[in-house]
Design a protein around this ligand. Sequence first.
Ligand code: FEO
Length: 400
Amino acid sequence: MGNVRLAEGVYWVGAIDWNIRNFHGYSTRLGTTYNAYLVVDEKIALIDTVKAPFYSEMVSRVTELVPLQDIDYVVSNHVEMDHSGSLPMVMSEAKKAKLITLEKFGDSGLKKTFHTDWPLMPVKEGSEVELGKRRLRFIPTPMLHWPDSMCTYLVEDNILFSMDAFGQHMASSVRFDDEVGLDVVMPEAAKYYANILMPFGDLILKAADKLSRLDIGMIAPSHGVIWRSHHEVIVQAYAAWGRGDSRNKALVVYDTMWGSTEKMALALAQGIANEGPEVRVYNLTRSDQSDIMKEVLDARAVLVGSPTLNNGLFPSVAAFLTYLKGLKPKGKLGAAFGSHGWAGGAVKLAQQELGQAGIEVMDSGLAFKFVPTEEELSQCIDFGRTIGNRITGARTELPA
Ligand code: FEO
């Protein structure tokens, strides 16, 4: 597979990582891509690079078009090493290239990462660089995904190089959304948003407002396929996710030592389902937390169950709650439940953690000793019904 043309003089020259299965804790069952782009005009610009081990793959695609030595500008939209990792090799070959980066944050991030004296060209909101027939315009998008993140807009071609935003961790032999299909790409885009960008919903809305003033014909993110035909669909999805819109859906996430917390989980799920909402049940020992987080994104309620171990949370539940707290889901209702032997404690701790994740916590949770009785399981069903009723009446609604 060689380079891929996006428009006259605009090419994808990135790399495909078919075999990565863990991206700093995020399970990437479909692999990913590191997208770099080349704009060939009177001046030549390389927009981002790739993770260091993929340098040769990127260079083979660039040199089908131009020698590295002819590059005038290298744009670093984001300092994280999946995009900047090949900069040392590129900058040592592209000797006349200026390295464009966001002032203050990109500038200092690159210096602290690479400790070099590259010829940096800091840019700010609205800065433009003339390439010949067309211009690059720079648009800061702080925290999408780091403070240094920015988008680059190719003005005359209406192409937005959107960095991490609108990406998906998905390797494929084709480069465009319409070659993969929305049924495949949207779940991956949702999982990516949930695990990478969910804490920044308010900033997503600000960025969406800023980008809505551009005439966008194509969105070229730094991971996954390029939005050639469905860019409006992904922009609308980001607006909904940024607002915290949800569906009539609840998750029951738990682990269990001797099956008692699991009995409670299933009874709660039955109670919720009896009132109409969709319910999904996840045992944390058998499920991947980044897959669960994709389901958290559009759920309206998240119930978490933990047995008590050594007076505390079960380790898999503690890890899940730590991850959930970092991702700060918006507008969710929650509660904790669990079984314990001689001494409890896990339910109270889980309630606290849910609250710290920004979840509206219901009641004091459900904690039962040893194996739940039929009467106690009926209480779980009733509690599930209460939750089902609450979320069925909630306001926001996303399509299934
Ligand atoms: Fe794909 Fe935040 O790097």
